[in-house]
Design a protein around this ligand. Structure first.
Ligand SMILES: [Zn+2]
Length: 267
C-alpha cells in the first residue's frame, strides 16, 4: 500500500509537469493525496468505459494519458458526460491523474513506446527545439508497403486502418514519428533526414501540402495512424515502468479500445 502523494512525487519525476505544453493540464484531477493506493489502471483516454473498467477492477487510481478536463469547467451536472464521469469516479473513490504532453517524449514515454514497438533504434528527437517527436532506424530497409503492414500488425486494430501516401515499393529505413496529432510538425518532418513520417489526425490540406512539397524535395512518405493506436502501446510500458518502482502496488494497462470510430465501409 502506498500513499497517492508518494506515487505523484515519482510521477512528477518521470513526467515533469513543467515540460507539458502551455495549453495542457496534466496532473491530479481528482482524489486525496493522503489516500492509500493498491491498484492502478493506466489508459490512453478517460472515457466512461475506462472509468467503469477501473471501478470494476477495484482500482484506486486511474492514470490516463488524455486529461478529463482540458478547458475551464464551471458546472458538472450529471446530465453532462463530464459531470457523470466525475460523479461516478468520486462515488467509487477513484482518483484520476493525467500524464499528457509531459509524458510524450520521456524515456519509456508515449513516443519512445511506439518507436520501440516497431523496432526502431538509435532514437533521437524529431524536433531539437521542442524535443518533440522521435526519429529512429529500422533494422534494415523495407518497402513502404511492408512497413505499413508492420505498423498495422503492431498497433491495435482500428476501423481506419493505416493510411499511406507514397510509392508502395519505396524503401524506408529512417522513420520519424509523432504519436498523437502531428499536423503542426509536418514542416519539421519535411526538413528531417527521414524516409517516412508517421503521425495521427492529419487533415486534408496539411497532408496534401506535405505530399506536394515532399514530391519536389524528395522528402518523406506520409502515414496516418489512429490517434488511439499511436498512444495505446504506452499504457503497458508505463504500467511496467511503474510496477518496477512500486512493487507493493498493482499496475494494469487498460485493454479497452477507445478509438472513437466503430467501423468504416469501402465501396
Ligand atoms: Zn493524444
Amino acid at each position: 500500500m502506498t500513499a497517492l502523494k508518494n506515487l505523484i512525487t515519482h510521477f512528477d519525476q518521470i513526467w515533469p509537469p513543467e515540460q507539458a505544453e502551455d495549453w495542457d493540464r496534466p496532473g491530479l484531477l481528482l482524489g486525496s493525496l493522503d489516500r492509500d493506493v493498491l491498484k492502478v489502471l493506466v489508459s490512453v483516454d478517460c472515457t466512461e468505459k475506462v472509468i467503469l473498467e477501473a471501478i470494476e477492477m477495484g482500482a484506486d487510481l486511474l492514470v490516463s494519458h488524455h486529461p478529463l478536463f482540458l478547458r475551464g469547467v464551471t458546472a458538472l451536472p450529471e446530465q453532462s458526460f463530464k459531470g457523470r464521469l466525475t460523479a461516478k469516479a468520486i462515488r467509487a473513490n477513484l482518483a484520476i491523474f493525467a500524464a499528457h504532453t509531459n509524458a510524450d517524449f520521456q524515456t519509456d514515454g508515449v513516443g519512445e513506446s511506439l518507436a520501440k514497438a516497431i523496432g526502431l533504434s538509435k532514437l533521437e528527437p524529431l524536433d531539437l527545439l521542442t524535443q518533440h517527436g522521435t526519429v529512429g532506424s529500422l533494422p534494415e530497409p523495407m518497402s513502404l508497403m511492408k512497413f505499413a503492414r508492420l505498423l498495422a500488425k503492431t498497433l491495435p486494430a482500428v476501423s481506419a486502418g493505416v493510411k499511406v501516401s507514397g510509392d508502395p515499393d519505396r524503401l524506408v529505413k529512417r522513420v520519424g514519428l509523432l504519436a498523437g496529432a502531428g499536423d503542426s510538425y509536418l514542416n519539421v518532418a519535411l526538413e528531417a533526414d527521414i524516409d517516412v513520417f508517421v503521425t495521427s489526425d492529419l487533415r486534408h490540406h496539411p497532408a496534401q501540402d506535405f505530399i506536394s512539397q515532399s514530391n519536389i524535395s524528395n522528402g518523406p512518405a506520409l502515414i496516418d495512424i489512429a490517434h488511439f493506436s499511436a498512444e495505446w502501446l504506452w499504457v503497458d510500458v508505463a504500467a511496467a515502468q511503474l510496477q518496477k518502482k512500486f512493487p507493493d502496488v498493482e499496475f494494469v494497462g487498460s485493454e479497452l479500445n477507445t478509438d472513437p470510430w466503430d467501423f468504416a465501409v469501402m465501396q
